[in-house]
Design a protein around this ligand. Structure first.
Ligand code: ADP
Ligand code: MG
Length: 682
C-alpha cells in the first residue's frame, strides 16, 4: 500500500484536470466567480444590530454544548467586548467539539440571524485564531469548483501556480497602450487578490479594467485561432471548378423565371470561389422563400460542367425529396444524372445509388444523412451543399467534406434561412464567407399575420373553408407538445378528425413524423397537386416545403413555438401570387415572452429582424445550440455585452497576422488555448 500522502496528490490533480486545469497557466487563468470580504472584523454588538447580513466576528468561546432541539446540534457561544453570539452547527464532528473548547478564540463568518435563542449564525465558516492574528488585506476569492475540490485546495493550487508561471505579457507594449489595456500580470493578480479599495461592483459585474483585459485576451485568442484555421484551409487543395459551360447556360435559359439581382450577386460570389484552388467555405443566407435552391443548383451545374460531382444534403427526408424533385426536374432534361440517397431506401435501391455515386455515373447526389455514411464513396466530389446547415452537427459537415478524392477537399456551400447575429458571425463563424440574398422574388404579396384567441376556432375553420372555395389551399399546424411525441401525434390525429367533420366537402390530409417516408410522400404529393385542400401537419413541414398555391397557414397553440420556428412555418405560405394569411391561434393567458414573440410575428416578416429580436429575448447561447454558439468556448467574455471588445479583438487579430507577428500569435494562443485549439477549429 502506498502512503496516503503520495496517493492524495495525484487525486487532487485529477480533480483539477476535470475542471480543465492541467497546467500552471490554466490555474492562473481560473478566475474567481465572486469574492468574500474577510478583511474586517465587526464587533459582535454591531453585527447583531445589522442583522440579516453576512459579517465576520471574532470572540472567545464562553460555552460549548451539545443540545437536542429536537435534533442533535452543537451550540457554541462566543463573546467579545461588545456582546455575545451563538454559533450553531447541525452537522459536526466530535473533533469540532474539542476544538471549540471554552477559552478558544474563534473567527467566524456567516449570516447573522435573530433566532429564538437570541442572535446566532447557523453553520458559519470559522477558524481558530490567536489573539491579534492578521486579517487578509484582499477580498477572498471564491472559485468555480468541482466535486471534492474545496476552495482551500483551489486557492493553494492557484497561489502555488502563480509562483511558477511565466508572466511575460503576450501583447506588445505599444498595442496595450493603444488599446488602453491593463498589463497582464497586475490584472491577474488583482482578480485573484483584489485590494480593499477596488469597487466590488466592477468586480462582480466584470467591468473592472482587469476583467476587460482578460476578456480581450480571450476573444483575441478565439479570433486568432479562427483566422489561423481560415489560413490553413487556404493551404488545402480543392478541385478548380472553372467551367461555366453548356449545362449552366442551358439551365439558366430553361428556368421559367429570371434571377433576382440578389440571387445574381450571390451566384457571382459563389462562382468566383469555385474557381479557386482552395476549398470554398461559404454560407448562403436568405430568408425563407428567397430562392436559395436555384442558386445552389447553379453552383452544382458549375461543378458538373467542370467534370466533378456535386452532393446536396438536407436534414429531413421531406426536404431532401423536395430538392430532389425540383432539381431533377430542372437538370434531368438537360442530361444530368441525379441520384437519390436516403436511409429509407430499400437495400437494393441503396446499393444501386451507391454504385452510381462511386462510378461517377451520378453527377449530382441528393439526400439526407445517408450521404455521409462510410459505405458511400464519391468518384470525384467537387462541391458539397448543405441545406439548413445549423441542423447538422459540425462532425457531420466535416465528414461530407472529407469525401473528396485525390487529396482534394471539396468546396462547401451551406445554406440557412436563420440569419446569424453579428457577434456570432464574427466569432464562431469567422471562418465563413457569407453571401446574403436580401430580396424576395417578385410578385410575392406580403403575408398578413393575425393573432387569434383559440375560442374563435369556429371562425378560423370558416376562414379555411372560404380560402379553399376560392381555389386556395391551407396548412393547419398542430400544437407542439414537447413532453410527449405520442401526445402530439394524438392531437394531430384528433385535429384531423375534427376538421374532416367540420369540412365534409373538403379533402383534409394528415402528415406527421411517424408516417413511413412513402406515406408522407403520398400525402405531400396529394397536397402539392391540389387533391388535398387542407393539410394537417406537425412541425415536419417546418422547413423547405414549397407548395405555392397554399395561402393560408393556421398555427395552433402558437404560444408554444419559438420565434424562428414560427417564422419558418409561416414561410410555407406567401410563395405564390395570392395574398396570404397566417393565423396564430393561442390559448391565454399569455406569459410575457410568448406575448413578445407573437407581437414580433405580427409586426414583421423580415427574418433578420426576427432573428435580432429572438436574440434579444433568448440570448446568443441558445441561438444555434450551445455547442455551436461560440459562447461555449468563452469563459469570461459575453458575446452580447462585450460586442465592442469582439470588434477590437477581431481587428487586432487581423493586424497581428497581417504584420506576420507569429511569435506574438503563438505565445498568445499557447497561453489561452493550450491544447484546446483543435476543438476550436471544427
Ligand atoms: P428558399 O430560399 O426558402 O429555399 P426556394 O429556393 O424554395 O426558397 O424558393 C422559393 C420559391 O421561389 C420556389 O418555388 C422557387 O422556384 C421560386 N423562385 C426562386 N427564385 C425565383 C425567381 N428569381 N423568380 C421567381 N421565383 C423564384
Ligand atoms: Mg430551402
Amino acid at each position: 500500500m502506498p502512503p496516503t500522502k503520495a496517493k492524495s496528490a495525484p487525486k487532487t490533480q485529477d480533480k483539477l484536470a476535470k475542471l480543465g486545469l492541467r497546467t500552471d497557466m490554466d490555474l492562473v487563468l481560473h478566475l474567481p466567480m465572486r469574492y468574500e470580504d474577510e478583511t474586517e472584523i465587526v464587533p459582535v454588538r454591531e453585527a447583531c444590530l445589522r442583522g440579516g447580513y453576512t459579517s465576520q466576528v471574532e470572540g472567545v468561546v464562553i460555552k460549548t454544548e451539545i443540545a437536542y432541539r429536537p435534533r442533535r446540534q452543537l451550540l457554541v457561544t462566543i463573546s467579545d467586548d461588545t456582546g455575545e453570539l451563538q454559533l450553531r452547527f447541525m452537522n459536526f464532528y466530535g473533533s469540532q467539539v474539542k476544538q471549540m473548547a471554552e477559552g478558544t478564540r474563534v473567527r467566524a463568518r456567516g449570516e447573522l440571524k435573530h433566532g429564538f435563542f437570541g442572535a446566532e449564525m447557523v453553520h458559519p465558516t470559522y477558524k481558530i485564531v490567536n489573539e491579534g492574528a492578521p486579517l487578509p488585506t484582499a477580498l477572498t476569492p471564491v472559485y468555480p469548483a468541482g466535486e471534492g475540490l474545496s476552495q482551500t485546495i483551489l486557492r493553494r493550487a492557484i497561489s502555488d501556480a502563480m509562483k511558477r508561471v511565466d508572466w511575460t505579457d503576450t501583447l506588445p507594449l505599444p498595442m496595450r497602450a493603444r488599446l488602453g489595456l491593463t498589463d497582464f500580470e497586475p490584472a491577474i493578480k488583482l482578480l485573484h487578490y483584489p485590494p480593499q479599495n477596488v469597487d466590488p461592483y466592477e468586480l462582480t459585474e466584470r467591468t473592472h479594467p482587469a476583467w476587460v483585459r482578460m476578456k480581450f485576451d480571450e476573444l483575441l485568442a478565439q479570433q486568432l485561432s479562427l483566422k489561423r484555421a481560415q489560413k490553413d484551409r487556404r493551404t488545402k487543395g480543392a478541385p478548380v471548378l472553372g467551367a461555366i459551360g453548356s449545362l449552366s447556360e442551358r439551365f439558366l435559359a430553361a428556368l421559367p423565371f429570371t434571377l433576382t439581382d440578389a440571387q445574381d450577386r450571390v451566384l457571382r460570389e459563389i462562382r468566383a470561389d469555385l474557381r479557386n484552388p482552395f476549398p470554398m467555405q461559404r454560407l448562403l443566407q436568405g430568408d425563407v422563400g428567397s430562392g436559395k435552391t436555384v442558386v445552389a443548383a447553379l453552383a452544382a451545374a458549375q461543378a458538373i460542367d467542370s467534370g466533378y460531382q456535386a452532393a446536396l444534403m438536407a436534414p429531413t427526408e421531406i426536404l431532401a425529396d423536395q430538392h430532389f424533385r425540383k432539381i431533377a426536374a430542372w437538370m434531368e432534361p438537360l442530361g444530368v444524372r441525379v441520384a437519390w440517397l436516403t436511409g429509407s431506401l430499400k437495400k437494393r435501391e441503396k446499393t444501386m445509388a451507391t454504385e452510381m455515386v462511386e462510378s461517377g455515373e451520378a453527377q449530382l447526389v441528393i439526400g439526407t444523412h445517408a450521404l455521409i455514411q462510410d459505405t458511400v464513396n464519391f468518384a470525384n466530389l467537387g462541391l458539397v451543399i448543405v441545406d439548413e446547415q445549423h441542423r447538422f452537427g459540425v462532425g457531420q459537415r466535416l465528414t461530407l467534406r472529407n469525401k473528396g478524392s485525390a487529396g482534394l477537399v471539396p468546396h462547401q456551400l451551406m445554406m440557412s434561412a436563420t440569419p446569424i447575429p453579428r457577434t456570432l458571425a464574427m466569432t464562431y463563424y469567422a471562418d465563413l464567407e457569407v453571401s446574403v440574398i436580401d430580396e424576395l422574388p417578385p410578385g410575392r404579396s406580403p403575408i398578413v399575420t393575425r393573432v387569434v384567441d383559440q375560442n374563435r376556432r369556429e371562425e378560423v375553420i370558416e376562414r379555411v373553408h372560404a380560402a379553399v372555395l376560392e381555389g386556395r389551399q391551407a396548412y393547419w399546424v398542430c400544437p407542439l407538445i414537447e413532453e410527449s411525441e405520442a401526445l402530439q401525434l394524438q392531437t394531430a390525429t384528433d385535429t384531423h378528425l375534427t376538421l374532416q367533420e367540420a369540412l365534409p366537402d373538403l379533402n383534409v390530409g394528415l402528415v406527421h413524423g411517424r408516417l413511413k417516408p412513402q406515406e408522407k410522400q403520398e400525402v405531400m404529393d396529394a397536397f402539392a397537386s391540389g387533391l388535398v385542400h387542407v393539410l394537417v401537419a406537425t412541425t415536419v413541414i417546418e422547413v423547405g416545403v414549397d407548395v405555392p398555391n397554399a395561402s393560408l397557414m393556421v398555427i395552433e397553440h402558437a404560444e408554444r413555438f419559438g420565434l424562428s420556428q414560427l417564422h419558418q412555418l409561416r414561410g410555407r405560405v406567401g410563395r405564390g401570387s395570392a395574398a396570404s394569411v397566417c393565423l396564430l391561434m393561442y390559448q391565454g393567458p399569455l406569459g410575457p415572452v410568448a406575448k413578445q414573440r407573437l407581437a414580433t410575428m405580427r409586426e414583421t416578416q423580415d427574418g433578420f429582424e426576427i432573428a435580432r429580436r429572438d436574440l434579444e429575448i433568448r440570448g446568443p447561447g441558445e441561438f444555434l445550440g450551445a455547442r455551436q454558439s461560440g459562447q461555449a468556448m468563452l469563459r469570461f467574455a459575453d458575446l452580447e455585452t462585450d460586442q465592442w471588445l469582439v470588434e477590437k479583438a477581431r481587428d487586432t487579430a487581423a493586424a497581428l497576422l497581417q504584420a506576420g507577428d507569429e511569435r506574438t500569435v503563438d505565445a498568445h494562443l499557447a497561453r489561452w488555448l493550450g491544447g484546446r485549439e483543435e476543438f476550436l477549429k471544427v
